[in-house]
Design a protein around this ligand. Structure first.
Ligand SMILES: [Zn+2]
Length: 295
């Protein structure tokens, strides 16, 4: 079952055109259309699975971001990089706000949350996946299945930092979620969002095979331009952008697999390298971390 949006989630325009048709390579092997808003340029998967059916598209052993098992070279590489990037993520948060209360929205198994808690942050998490949430809870982390339960628990708590590491592109209740962040972020707090960028060199190189389109799990596809348009109505302005330089290699390798059926490590590495090099001026890396503050 699919749901069709008749208006752009960002600017509400009803005029959109086909952008790409992509295949779900990890779970269903179904095709999904991505459309482009003719008014603001925002790209979104349309139609998309309903709230009732979307869960079925997350059931895959290959969907490793929620799993702690270590199988295969990609998985091992992914984990080595993740350990390194966890430290970089914490450093970015600490650079922007002094310690206080943090919410990691879509925290998965709680790896980043644990790092925060170990570094004197009062840490809360939200994670809809039951298995991932259980792993997080077993480490003594405060993790909730949805923002309603979180709200009930925290009552009037507000946050110095809210982080979404590759999460916003999955969020179905867009307006409620961003309104929640607006209400719960302290006036001098930061909202940190990491998402793939479809204007990157690797995205343009692989087209419909670009792994970070990841339909239908990714329902929104951002660029540095459209994410600012998307966040502006909720009172957020961009403070800084940071590259995620490892993502270009990882995404290129997966894209090679989707495109050719085999891992071409050399070509993926060269594409990743070129993507990072070309992004130096404008900052249009394969994935970008956006630091937003309240206007
Ligand atoms: Zn639009």
């Amino acid at each position: 079952m699919l749901k069709t949006l008749s208006n752009c989630p960002v600017c509400n325009s009803s005029t959109y055109a086909p952008f790409l048709t992509c295949k779900d390579y990890t779970v269903s092997h179904e095709n999904f259309d991505i459309v482009s808003c003719q008014s603001c340029g925002f790209k979104f998967t349309n139609p998309r699975p309903t709230d009732e059916t979307i869960g079925g598209y997350y059931k895959s052993e290959e969907y490793i971001s929620h799993s702690n098992t270590s199988k295969g070279l990609i998985s091992k590489l992914y984990k080595a990089v993740r350990t390194y990037t966890l430290k970089k993520k914490l450093a970015l948060v600490n650079k922007n706000v002094s310690r206080g209360t943090i919410l990691d929205y879509g925290c998965g198994t709680g790896m980043f949350l644990k790092v925060c808690q170990d570094n004197k942050w009062k840490a809360f998490g939200m994670e809809p996946d039951e298995g991932a949430r259980k792993i997080a809870s077993e480490q003594g982390l405060n993790v909730f299945s949805d923002k309603e339960r979180l709200q009930t628990y925290i009552t009037n708590e507000t946050f110095d930092a809210i982080t979404l590491w590759h999460v916003l592109e999955h969020v179905t209740d867009w307006e409620q979620t961003l309104s929640f962040f607006k209400a719960r972020l302290k006036p001098d707090g930061v909202l940190i969002i990491a998402v793939p960028n479809h204007t990157s060199y690797d995205a343009k190189t692989y087209g419909a095979f670009w792994a970070a389109y990841d339909v239908p799990r990714h329902i929104y596809h951002f660029s540095p331009d459209t994410i600012q348009k998307a966040l502006a109505p909720f009172g957020f302005v961009l403070k800084e952008m940071q590259p995620m330089k490892f993502d270009s290699f990882y995404v290129s390798l997966l894209s090679e697999k989707y495109k050719t059926g085999s891992m071409n490590y050399v070509r993926a590495f060269l594409t990743g390298l070129k993507s990072n090099w070309k992004a130096k001026g404008a900052g249009d890396y394969s994935s970008v971390i956006y630091v937003f503050k309240k206007a």
